[in-house]
Design a protein around this ligand. Structure first.
Ligand code: MG
Length: 392
């Protein structure tokens, strides 16, 4: 569908002429930032990306520089000063497109509806095949009341009523003719479909989208921000601790690296306290219990196991929960063996096990100045912290 829209091409008019006093004091809403981008930039970019070959932005006279600032980095747009009413502004935009073929498709859009997407455009252009105009519309969910001086005068049937949104799609020549024929006695049209209807045109309703909401009140910006920007990722932290006793042997495993030593570490698996602490840190970050829950010491299959299996399993659980490991930091606590000569190999091994770049993996070491069980070299301990980004 996307390719077809691009091939078809269309013209677009974005009306950004409002002064927007209801959004509160300050700049007009089309120049305000929504999730870091000017409101106007959102729909302009979306329409150009959806295949608009020319985009006319109708702005209040004198605001051309603000428009240029909002549209920086985009191409195929021009600005033109608007009129006193929305209808006059649309006509000003149509005048800029005077050189375009009469059967060109033209989309007319309000800048105050920033969250238009390619799918909306595709639906409108498709609907235009069997109609003179097409607009996105939402059915009304609330019961409607007619009020007079704060009192309900009547309950109005919502049957067959729709909330009209933009962009609205038309053919250029017929839309221009419809505007020319609009009777002044009818007052100001509030959308372009009304103008086409008045000229006898058939306007199709296509499914609207709450995301096409119009920014009208200050609180609308907060809602649009939530719709515009995916939820910010949240950071989870997990920590782990492990200790193993020394016994007779000739090597130890630490952070996945085999280190010759005059003793070994005793445990059911390879007794790699560094990997065990880090595995617990990852499990802790996602609330998945501890290493013993996943790899019970009572299970003979883990006897003498390479603890890299445990760490890989925990990293896989993080990914399965939609998480990304941001960084890990392991501290080994012992008098001997000396860790420093092996630190880079340990980091490289952890980076490999976790599929992380090296700068996100830290291994540190400390002694306890001959105090306690590590100081007396009865055993060795390890601490680890892992940060995990979820969502976003
Ligand atoms: Mg352990």
């Amino acid at each position: 569908m996307r390719a077809e829209t691009n091939r078809m091409g269309f013209l677009a008019i974005v009306v950004a002429g409002g002064k927007g006093s209801r959004v509160g004091p300050g700049q007009a809403k089309q120049w305000r930032l929504l999730a870091g981008r000017p409101v106007l930039a959102w729909s302009a970019r979306a329409l150009l990306e959806a295949g608009a070959s020319r985009l006319v932005v109708v702005v209040p006279a004198g605001d051309e520089a603000l428009a240029a600032q909002a549209l920086v980095g985009l191409e195929n747009w021009t600005t033109t000063p608007g009129g006193a009413t929305r209808a006059q502004s649309v006509m000003a935009g149509l005048a800029v497109l005077a050189d375009q073929p009469a059967d060109s498709i033209v989309l007319v859009h309000d800048a105050a509806r920033p969250l238009v997407r390619g799918e909306h455009v595709e639906g409108l252009i498709t609907a235009l095949d069997g109609a003179d105009g097409a607009l996105p519309a939402l059915p009304i969910a609330d019961t409607l009341k007619r009020g007079e001086a704060g009192i309900v005068a009547a309950t109005v049937s919502r049957e067959g009523l729709w909330r009209a949104q933009t962009p609205q799609a038309f053919r250029l020549g017929p839309l221009r003719a419809a505007y020319a024929a609009w009777p002044r006695s009818a007052g100001e049209p509030t959308d372009d479909a009304a103008v086409t209807e008045a000229a006898g045109g058939k306007v199709a309703l296509v499914p609207g989208d709450p995301a096409l909401m119009k920014l009208t009140y200050p609180e609308d910006f907060a809602m649009a921000e939530r719709l515009a920007a995916p939820a910010a990722p949240t950071m989870r932290i997990g920590q782990g601790f492990d200790a193993h006793r020394f016994g007779p042997g000739d090597h130890v495993w630490l952070c996945g690296v085999r280190i010759p030593h005059d003793r070994t570490l005793i445990g059911h698996s390879d007794a790699d306290a560094g990997l065990h602490a880090l595995t617990d840190a990852l499990l802790g970050a996602i609330g998945e219990g501890d290493i013993g829950d996943h790899f019970p010491p009572s299970d003979p299959q883990w006897k003498g196991a390479d603890s890299g299996v445990f760490l890989r399993h925990a990293a896989g659980l993080v990914r399965a929960r939609g998480g990304r490991i941001a960084n890990v930091d392991v501290t080994l606590i012992c008098e001997r063996p000396k860790v420093k000569p092996h630190r880079q190999a340990m980091r490289a091994r952890l980076a490999d096990l976790l599929d992380l770049p090296l700068d996100r993996v830290s291994v540190k070491a400390t002694t306890t100045e001959a105090m306690g069980f590590t100081g007396r070299e009865e055993g060795l301990a390890a601490q680890a912290v892992a940060a995990v980004e979820m969502g976003g």
